[in-house]
Design a protein around this ligand. Structure first.
Ligand code: 13P
Length: 255
């Protein structure tokens, strides 16, 4: 099954109103000027900017996503944000299980699955992140770790329209270090096999993104690998030039 590439930007805890306006308008105008461009683009700003960025993106082909959600849709959960609220902002995606939440907020697979279920229940697609730590890789356990994370954190009834998987080796995030092509291929093909076991025929349509120190200089190399269906970009998604260059690279178009 043909899978349309997805180039997603995770802004993390970055962005104030003024700089986000320039970033979003820059992306919209570059995307509009590139008629040959066929990948899907997504930006995931912090909650504080969802409304504003969503309004700017309205009518453009660039999608809006959030970086996390609560497992409940309403209630007495001080400081939390529900999937229904995110959907209300015009979003279509929600990242769940990012390693910065798994480690910084002690989120385990069962909670991540509940968040993904909450996202799907209001019509958002879930981007479920998996990835091994450096000690796990050194111990030869990377495939085992990501498969266990995937099996235990994807939502029930997932399909290619409602699930995206992002492989983000923890040691590659924000470090400038990247896995070799062989390492990426090994993990992505393992994840695809694992998805087949979990979803049967649906598995071949689910996109598997690579994330971790993706830059304009290495994006093309990742994007040519089998079973790499796009990327989840952190730091480089905060620059119009860099994020757009990565998007172009995903299509084999010159920057
Ligand atoms: P960097 O691209 O900054 O390494 O971050 C990757 C990431 O965590 C995206 O979710």
């Amino acid at each position: 099954m043909a899978r349309r590439k997805l180039i997603a930007g995770n802004w993390k805890m970055n962005g104030l109103r003024t700089d986000s306006a320039a970033l979003v308008s820059g992306l919209i105008s570059r995307r509009a000027a590139e008629s040959d461009f066929d990948a899907e683009m997504l930006v995931c700003p912090p909650f504080t900017l969802l409304d504003r960025v969503g309004q700017s993106l309205a009518g453009s082909p660039i999608a809006l996503g959030a970086q996390d959600c609560h497992i409940e849709q309403t209630g007495a959960f001080t400081g939390d944000v529900s999937a229904a609220m995110i959907k209300d902002m015009g979003a279509s995606y929600c990242i769940v299980g990012h390693s910065e939440r798994r480690s910084g907020h002690h989120e385990a697979n069962a909670l991540i699955r509940a968040k993904a279920d909450a996202a799907l229940s209001v019509g958002l697609a879930a981007i479920v992140c998996v990835g091994e730590s450096e000690p796990e890789r050194r111990a030869g356990k990377a495939c085992e770790v990501v498969c266990a994370q995937l099996s235990n954190s994807i939502p029930g009834g997932a399909s290619p329209d409602t699930l995206v998987v992002a492989y983000e080796p923890i040691w590659a995030i924000g470090s400038g270090r990247i896995p070799t092509a062989d390492e990426v291929v090994e993990i992505h093909s393992t994840l695809r096999r694992c998805l087949h076991g979990l979803l049967g025929g649906h598995a071949s349509g689910v996109r598997i993104l690579y994330g971790g120190s993706v830059k304009p200089s290495n994006a093309r190399e990742f994007m040519l690998l089998p079973d790499v269906d796009g990327c989840l970009v952190g730091g480089a998604s905060l620059s119009v030039d860099d994020f757009w260059a990565i998007a172009l690279a995903s299509q084999g178009l010159p920057a």
